[in-house]
Design a protein. Structure first.
Length: 222
């Protein structure tokens, strides 16, 4: 296994080439203060006045202007074309938390690819921040502190089963699959929600205002 490009004891904010605002970036950096870019995410960081500690990717979309502004030793070229820049960057980061911006919302195919990467790299504690929601790959067991009445969606990226506590519609006995049973728009009944799954493959999707709850849950599960 190759050594990680970015090693940090602090959380990493990973910027992609999709849209995100200065407010989004401030939100993420307050919780994950190390800025890293996946390819053209470097352009967006620079536009918002933040210089990335590292740029990782195949470098096919970063601008020449951004390349000129970023020291060469911070630019990390990953040549293979079989994976996305999000995958290249995420697998190259060793940190207690990664908050990913600019990977969901711009194009459907990019969003789907980002969800696939969350599952493929589930060993990396990563939360994808979208315009309205946050998403992360569920560990085998996760405990969340939420508000009764709030939405919680479960979307399977593969065949997976599990059990739950604190949801209006319990998931025990259900066989989830992307082409079958899915778990969108469930609802929180109790302040404490427990989810357990038999294997990797489930995405947990929460309202964006519950980012901190998701962070605490992933840290406790690691």
């Amino acid at each position: 296994m190759n050594s990680p490009i970015v090693q940090s004891t602090h959380g990493v904010t990973l910027a992609g080439g999709g849209p995100f605002s200065a407010r989004d970036l401030k939100l993420a950096l307050a919780r994950a203060p190390v800025p890293v870019a996946a390819d053209s995410g470097a352009d967006r960081l620079l536009e918002l006045g933040v210089a990335p500690d590292a740029v990782i990717g195949d470098m096919d979309s970063i601008s020449d202007r951004a390349k000129a502004k970023i020291p060469q030793d911070r630019q990390h070229f990953v040549a293979e074309q079989l994976t996305t820049d999000f995958d290249k960057a995420l697998r190259s980061i060793q940190a207690p938390l990664v908050l990913a911006l600019g990977f969901a919302g711009a194009r459907l195919d990019h969003g789907l690819a980002a969800f696939s990467t969350l599952i493929a790299r589930a060993d990396r504690p990563c939360i994808l921040i979208g315009p309205q929601d946050v998403a992360f790959a569920a560990p085998s067991r996760v405990e969340l502190v939420l508000g009764p009445g709030e939405p919680l969606s479960l979307f399977p990226m593969s065949q997976v089963t599990g059990r739950s506590e604190g949801l209006e519609w319990p998931i025990a006995g259900l066989d989830f699959a992307p082409d079958g049973m899915i778990g969108t728009s469930n609802r929180v009944l109790a302040r404490r929600v427990v989810l357990e799954f038999d294997r990797r493959g489930m995405l947990v999707i929460l309202p964006r205002r519950r980012l901190d709850a998701a962070i605490r849950a992933l840290r406790a599960a690691s």
